[in-house]
Design a protein around this ligand. Structure first.
Ligand code: FRU
Length: 489
């Protein structure tokens, strides 16, 4: 199908029964539908939005274009869960109605106040010359799930000195006031985050930029989020336009954090350390955090990237969200771990322990395409040791320790259907210890690997054949001990 402007900028409610059936037929033939990740029923999913605990449940919305795997008219799709494991699709939640949002309901956040869920989003519109206009907007959801939009933006446009790239409001409360960060671009085409303040969530005043130590760090910062953990301030955002640097910034766009002192809300000063890229894998972008009712800081990301073609694009759907993770700070690094609730998904358990000596072996019972696995590798004198996953005819995905180069490596060169090849097919991070713990979540078309305490994470899509389900352990040029426990999901 040809994606003309008319085909891209349509409302979900204009979808005909025939179109829906055709999409459903295409999607149901896909071998890469996920088992336990949040994915669109059809169409394209991107950023998580409005992630919040409200009225006894988690609410998690996402950017959604219903008609196919392209970025067109964005809606918010709504899902709900009481346990972060079972998600219930509630349907489309926000769709364009007003002129200020005529070309999409862009990303934003949720904030609960006075028993109502306030949904802050960016109204994206285009004029006749296709110039972009962005405003920050508000919709309010009540306990029955009824959503009412304000009929005009709460922040009509960007301040002077900034371009129309002005989006993705995230709201929080501190010392009796409300604050909002918005991703922005200065007129000199550098990215930054703008800070706003309000006492009623409706009237907002601009306080200025968040003053960081990076004057030039990419051309646009998307999806900012600010939060504190213990006594640390954390500014999370997705900068665009960073150049690759060693093993870092290998994907088209990045996302990461600065960990520092709590933000000074009087003058916008944020004292922070070095930029920490949040993921070492191939497919991770635009994450958003929220607080659980028991005080944990939870994070979900988009397991995909803009401007990249994915193998399911021809199947009427694209992308999924990551598993929910808990984030914490250890030695000034933001670490991520799978939320403990995910243990509920564990089914049959298998175990294997092996001493390997310059060999490749099948560890008995372990195999599969949807599982959780915890692996401990003790490097003896092997040059490389690790695992091959999703092994099948001509297919394998490798995760291993490279002792010679002191790296931990994810290699998807032969994972299956190839895509995004121009960005390479190997990702690695410095790693000098001779033991490692890998906590792996494999789903039908993705892998998430949490290393040790979660200080390194690899998040990636994989598109193997259905029958590529083997698991093998290996040690090259020496010995290693590998111990694994696996649960089917
Ligand atoms: C990030 C992003 C956001 C924007 C949304 C539109 O992936 O570009 O900045 O609000 O996607 O779908």
């Amino acid at each position: 199908m040809e994606w003309t402007k008319e085909a891209r900028y349509r409302l979900y409610k204009s979808m005909t029964a025939k179109e829906r059936m055709e999409l459903e037929r295409l999607v149901s033939a896909s071998i890469w539908r996920q088992n336990y990740h949040i994915q669109p029923m059809h169409g394209l999913l991107n950023d998580p939005n409005g992630f919040v605990w409200y009225n006894g449940r988690y609410h998690l919305f996402y950017q959604w274009f219903p008609f196919g795997a392209v970025h067109g008219m964005k809606h918010w799709f709504h899902t709900e869960s009481s346990d972060l494991v079972n998600w219930e699709n509630k349907g489309g939640a926000l769709e364009p109605e007003f002129s200020f949002e005529s070309h999409g309901i862009y990303s934003g956040s949720g904030y609960v106040h006075n028993d109502s869920l306030h949904l802050f989003y960016t109204g994206n519109s285009r004029d006749d010359e296709w110039n972009r206009h962005s405003s920050q907007c508000l919709a309010v959801m009540d306990e029955l799930g009824k959503i009412t939009k304000l009929n005009k933006p709460i922040i009509e446009k960007q301040p002077k000195g900034y371009t129309e790239h002005f989006r993705d409001p995230k709201v929080w409360e501190e010392k009796g006031k409300f604050y909002m960060v918005v991703g922005a671009q200065r007129e000199d085409l550098t990215g930054c985050v703008l800070l706003y303040e309000s006492s009623d969530l409706i009237q907002w005043s601009w306080l200025g930029e968040i003053r960081t130590k990076a004057r030039e760090f990419g051309y646009m910062w998307e999806c900012p989020d600010y939060f504190t953990i213990e006594n640390h301030g954390v500014l999370l955002f997705s900068p665009q336009g960073l150049q690759p640097e060693g093993d870092s910034f290998q994907n088209i766009f990045q996302s990461g954090v600065w960990v520092g002192k709590p933000l000074n809300l009087e003058n916008g000063q944020f004292l922070h350390g070095d930029f920490q890229e949040l993921d070492a894998g191939f497919d991770f972008y635009a994450p958003q955090t929220t607080l659980s009712p028991d005080g944990r800081r939870l994070m979900v990301g988009w397991m995909g990237l803009p401007d990249i073609e994915y193998p399911t694009d021809t199947e009427g759907w694209a992308h999924c969200l990551t598993i929910p993770r808990e984030v914490m700070i250890k030695d000034n690094l933001l670490c991520q771990r799978p939320v403990r609730e995910l243990k509920e998904m564990r089914k049959t358990e298998s175990r294997s322990v092996m001493m390997l000596s310059n060999e490749l072996r099948n560890p008995g019972l372990l195999s599969g395409e949807s599982y959780e696995m915890i692996v401990n590798i003790e490097l003896g004198n092997a040059r490389r040791a690790g695992m091959k996953l999703r092994v099948g005819k001509g297919e394998e995905t490798l995760i291993y320790l490279d002792a010679k180069n002191q790296k931990v490596v994810l290699d998807r060169t032969d994972s299956g259907t190839k895509f995004a090849q121009e960005y390479g097919s190997v990702r690695q991070k410095d790693y000098s210890k001779n033991n490692i713990r890998l906590h792996i979540f494999m789903d039908n078309s993705s892998i998430e690997v949490f290393i040790n305490e979660g200080e390194i994470v690899f998040t990636s899509r994989l598109f193997p054949r259905k029958d590529s389900q083997g698991i093998q352990f290996f040690a090259e040029e020496g010995t290693a001990e590998i111990e694994a426990v696996q649960w089917e999901i």
